[in-house]
Design a protein around this ligand. Structure first.
Ligand SMILES: C[S@@+](CC[C@H](N)C(=O)[O-])C[C@H]1O[C@@H](n2cnc3c(N)ncnc32)[C@H](O)[C@@H]1O
Length: 195
């Protein structure tokens, strides 16, 4: 059986972006404290955060989506090594095309940063009232707060899109969002119960 440390080392050696330690610890505590049972993750990479999430609440069931075939295959292998096939269901797909009728307690967005608004809009209806959407990388290595340090044009466009997502979350009436300076910057959006 592999260890969590081995997954972290593999990700680092192979430049696979996984959630930073602080953000990951926050997510695990959140899941345990809120007893999140049905979870949707957008962006599995090699399955690291899905595995940590499953271990954080053994009662939880996670659907995770990944569009990169090599990472998807690696995630399947890792999920198998941790004997978590009953808890984690992984799909090789573009999250902007996947559809489900399931309702979730928590949706975790950790995929292409430029698409965050689209992910949110596609899946917000699959979130139970009172549920949460957690989005990672909203500080994007400090560039969002200090865009003047960005040299590349592509990166500047990406930072603009993350800023747009932040403004979108702040303006969204049906949700209440808090922004936390944890890891690479995490937003927790709480879906208000309908009156
Ligand atoms: C930051 S990594 C995910 C890390 C993972 N959540 C973890 O912490 O272990 C983002 C992943 O999202 C995937 N991705 C990006 N856009 C996607 C999309 N539209 N649909 C599915 N997967 C996507 C990428 O291939 C990449 O592997």
């Amino acid at each position: 059986m592999k260890t969590i440390k081995e997954l972290e080392d593999y990700a680092q050696e192979n430049r696979i972006p996984i959630m930073q330690q602080e953000g990951m610890d926050f997510l695990c505590t959140f899941i345990a404290e809120h007893d999140c049972k049905n979870i949707l993750e957008i962006g599995s990479a090699i399955g690291y955060s899905a595995i940590r999430t499953a271990l954080a609440n053994p009662q939880s069931k996670i659907i995770t989506l990944e569009r990169d075939e090599e990472r998807y295959r690696m995630a399947i292998e890792n999920i198998h090594d941790f004997h978590l096939e009953d808890q984690i269901e992984i799909h090789l797909c573009d999250a902007l095309e996947y559809t489900t009728e399931e309702m979730f307690d928590l949706i975790f967005i950790d995929a292409a940063k430029a698409q965050y608004i689209k992910f949110f809009e596609r899946y917000e209806h699959n979130l139970k009232p009172g549920g949460h959407i957690i989005s990672d990388n909203l500080e994007f290595h400090g560039y969002v707060e200090h865009p003047e340090t960005v040299i590349s044009r592509n990166l500047r466009q990406l930072v603009k899109k993350i800023k747009k997502y932040i403004v979108y979350l702040e303006a969204k009436d049906s949700f209440e969002t808090i922004f936390l300076k944890i890891g690479d910057g995490v937003a927790v959006s709480h879906k208000k119960s309908q009156k």
